[in-house]
Design a protein around this ligand. Structure first.
Ligand code: KMH
Ligand code: ZN
Length: 279
């Protein structure tokens, strides 16, 4: 069982590695665009940001210099909890994904198992997952366990049993539902996943594409936190491109308020995730 939360942490995932700017020109791909998006999303109610960066040509990169500059710039401009993606793009090598931690984020994503990802494979073999987890422990970085499939929830248990609790003690997971190859973006899948979480874990959920709003409503009704953003959907609704990331955060904040689960400030989110002492 997991913990019900009175307030809602909204994580914004503004960019991702899969979409091109041509698909929606509001997708932030430069550092300046990312920082502006981060500021607007904090103002709209976000308390954490999940970051993928792009190179000068707008392609996804794990370049350590860019990642380090990005962490510094987002910290300078906002109070958001800074989470870097260690998932990167499906083509990124394991060593580069491990090295992401050297950019010094507050948190990092950590997917606990392999999953089909459209026509590709998002590879997370156990030795890599174990190595990444132990590095987060050594460096005091909060892992957010990305769960695309029910087997990933079981693997999270295995990780904790084998290597002990995360740095800071908080177990925080994010269900990513609706990836072709993973769990579907349905309330039933979310209920099944949440029931398997370790006691006391906190969690958020995001639905890819058109499952975004249904998953958001299910998560709110179950006491979970939310992730939204243009990494997961470029649209606000059918045939209606998102104006920008802040618009998606605004809707999440509005629905959280309607559910009497108002947004958590970045400071409150740090308390919930036991991050207060670590910045
Ligand atoms: N881009 C996907 C292959 C993460 O950020 O950790 C992996 C992903 C998960 O987005
Ligand atoms: Zn990501």
């Amino acid at each position: 069982m997991s913990t019900m939360s009175a307030s809602t942490i909204i994580t914004v995932a503004p960019t991702g590695a899969e979409s091109a700017k041509e698909a929606n020109p509001a997708l932030p791909v430069t550092l300046d665009e990312l920082v502006r998006a981060a500021r607007a999303c904090q103002a709209a109610g976000a308390s954490m940001i999940h970051i993928h960066v792009r190179d000068a040509a707008g392609r996804p990169t794990l370049d350590l210099g860019r990642l380090t500059d990005t962490v510094a710039a987002v910290r300078e401009a906002t109070d958001l909890i800074v989470q870097l993606s260690t998932g990167g793009a499906v083509s990124d090598p394991f060593e580069a994904r491990l090295a992401v931690l050297d950019a010094g984020p507050d948190s990092c994503s950590l997917t606990t198992g392999t999953v089909n990802f459209g026509d590709d494979v998002f590879a997370n073999p156990w030795p890599f997952v174990a190595e990444l987890y132990q590095r987060t422990q050594a460096l005091g970085i909060l892992p957010e366990f990305e769960l695309f499939d029910l087997g990933h929830v079981a693997a999270l248990d295995r990780l904790l049993d084998t290597y002990g609790p995360p740095a800071g003690g908080a177990v925080h997971a994010d269900f990513v539902l609706g990836v072709p190859g993973g769990m579907p973006g349905t309330a039933a899948a979310l209920v099944a996943g949440v029931a398997m979480l370790p006691a006391g874990a906190t969690w958020s959920a995001t639905g890819i594409g058109r499952s975004s709003v249904p998953v958001m409503l299910a998560a709110l009704s179950m006491g979970g936190h939310l992730r939204v953003g243009m990494e997961d959907t470029l649209s606000y609704g059918p045939k209606r491109p998102a104006r920008d990331n802040a618009e998606l955060v605004e809707r999440a904040a509005r629905l959280a308020g309607e559910a009497f689960r108002p947004t958590a400030s970045p400071a409150r989110a740090r308390e919930i995730l036991n991050l207060s002492q670590r910045r």
